[in-house]
Design a protein around this ligand. Structure first.
Ligand SMILES: C[S@@+](CC[C@H](N)C(=O)[O-])C[C@H]1O[C@@H](n2cnc3c(N)ncnc32)[C@H](O)[C@@H]1O
Ligand code: SF4
Length: 436
């Protein structure tokens, strides 16, 4: 009886209200933040360059320029060294974008630096289908990459054309061939798909999943199409407007079609049964984001770096990090954030929550935990709370809501960065266009 659009709308409304304070940023000086006092830390490295700027994408990305990208990578390495010199330690590193493989030599040099300075066990790299060339794959393998994540979005040629990816990244059949060639080269080969595209039929989604199963990749991340206010216009012109009313049917189809060979490792990631997954967002206690347009979360404080590439280079040249804004979450917001990411990652461990936040964790979140239980979204276990199959759908909705709020912030920062004229460091910090 709870599986209805009314429950979905109500839950999202409560979620928005309870998380409305997450992104209220204030200006930062830009020094390296202190090492986290509690728990481990992951490193996120943002590479904003892309060959094509897809009409649906709200990530921080700019048109690729070889010279600019080389200068950027060099600044990145300097920023990473700042953290190493300040004594930060990272258990893993995630290169996200944009397109991190756009300059393979620079990427490999940066991976070598990270491995030289930190004892990282996981090295995850995002890429696009065109970069799955034998020479690039061999270099990434030799560099120690443990997870390669390929942005596919769909194997349907019509949808690829609408997404303006067909010309640049090839037809669905070509993309599938590239992935087959990469299978088995890395401990984890992930494929990104986007569902609920405006002109995507259920049959097209089912076909995407069937093709995926034949490729030899051992992980798939299925994202609902998300947006932000300014991207929406360009996306609607190219692809149409998504109908949120179809989300449940699409999501249930994904779960059904991937079982039993693929098991959920988060509310939108599925990994071949018995094989590991490394989604730092759901497992890392803290993370540091370097590069332009990156976020850090350290001991309850959120930090954001500048979205201006010029300002980024200037700040690094001055011996600063790229950080221009921060927000210390209230104790209750920190707990809500932890509840969101842990439940999204399928469960919350009671002992872990006690160690990190003490008994007040359960007092503060009593209402949230009880609601999840009553709705049948989570069940109590010996060790804490486990997300149910039914709860996966709601956590997928909440996480996409959260991502859309972050997209709103990215947008405000991009507008702010656009105000820059002569590479002058920017003052002030805008607030999100669409607050959660
Ligand atoms: C930042 S991209 C990097 C991958 C690479 N640049 C590519 O597109 O091939 C990582 C993933 O984010 C997802 N993504 C980007 N924009 C999205 C949107 N508006 N809604 C849902 N997922 C999106 C896509 O699945 C994409 O593969
Ligand atoms: S989806 Fe990937 S390739 Fe397209 S603009 Fe976004 S980051 Fe770049």
């Amino acid at each position: 009886m709870f599986d209805s659009p009314i429950t979905d709308a109500l839950l999202l409304r409560i979620f928005r209200f309870r998380t409305r304070g997450f992104l209220r940023m204030e200006e930062s000086a830009g020094e390296v933040p202190p090492r986290p006092a509690l728990g481990g830390c992951y490193l996120y490295v943002h590479i904003p360059f892309c060959e094509v700027l897809c009409p649906f994408c709200s990530f921080h990305r700019v048109q690729h320029c070889h010279e600019h990208a080389r200068r950027y990578f060099s600044a990145l390495r300097n920023e990473i060294c700042l953290y190493a010199d300040a004594g930060h330690q990272f258990t893993g590193v995630y290169f996200g974008g944009g397109t991190p493989t756009i300059e393979p030599e620079e990427l490999v040099e940066t991976i070598a630096l990270v491995r030289g300075r930190f004892a990282v066990r996981e090295i995850s790299v995002e890429t696009n289908p065109k970069d799955l060339r034998p020479e690039v794959l061999a270099r990434l393998r030799a560099a120690g990459v443990t997870r390669l994540s390929v942005g596919v979005q769909s194997f349907d040629d019509e949808l690829l054309r609408e997404m303006e990816r067909y010309e640049k990244y090839g037809s669905g059949a070509e993309v599938a061939e590239h992935i087959r060639a990469a299978a088995g080269l890395f401990p984890t080969l992930n494929v990104d798909l986007i569902f609920n595209q405006p002109h995507q039929s259920l049959a097209s989604l089912e076909r995407d999943l069937e093709i995926f199963r034949t490729l030899g990749a051992n992980q798939v991340s299925c994202y609902p199409l998300m947006t932000s206010p300014t991207v929406l216009r360009r996306m609607s012109d190219a692809m149409g407007t998504p109908d949120r009313g179809r989300l449940r049917t699409f999501f249930e189809t994904i779960r059904r079609r991937l079982a039993p060979d693929f098991k959920p490792t988060s509310a939108w990631c599925f990994t071949r049964t018995g094989e590991g997954s490394d989604e730092y967002l759901t497992t890392a206690d803290n993370y540091v984001g370097v590069g332009s347009g990156a976020f850090s979360y350290l001991d309850g404080t959120l930090h954001a770096t500048t979205f201006s590439l010029n300002a980024y280079e200037q700040r690094i040249a001055q011996g600063l990090t790229g950080i221009v804004a921060h927000h210390q979450l209230s104790a209750a917001d920190q707990m809500r954030y932890v509840l969101l990411v842990r439940m999204f990652g399928l469960g919350l461990d009671r002992e872990w929550a006690l160690r990190r936040h003490g008994k007040k964790f359960f007092r503060t979140l009593w209402g949230e935990l009880r609601t999840l239980e009553l709705l049948g979204a989570a069940r109590r276990t010996e060790h804490g709370w486990q997300l149910t199959e039914r709860g996966m759908y709601w956590l997928m909705l909440m996480m996409s809501e959260f991502f859309e709020a972050v997209n709103g912030y990215r947008e405000a920062m991009r507008v702010h960065a656009g105000l820059e004229r002569e590479a002058v460091p920017l003052g002030g910090v805008p607030q999100p266009v669409a607050a959660p």
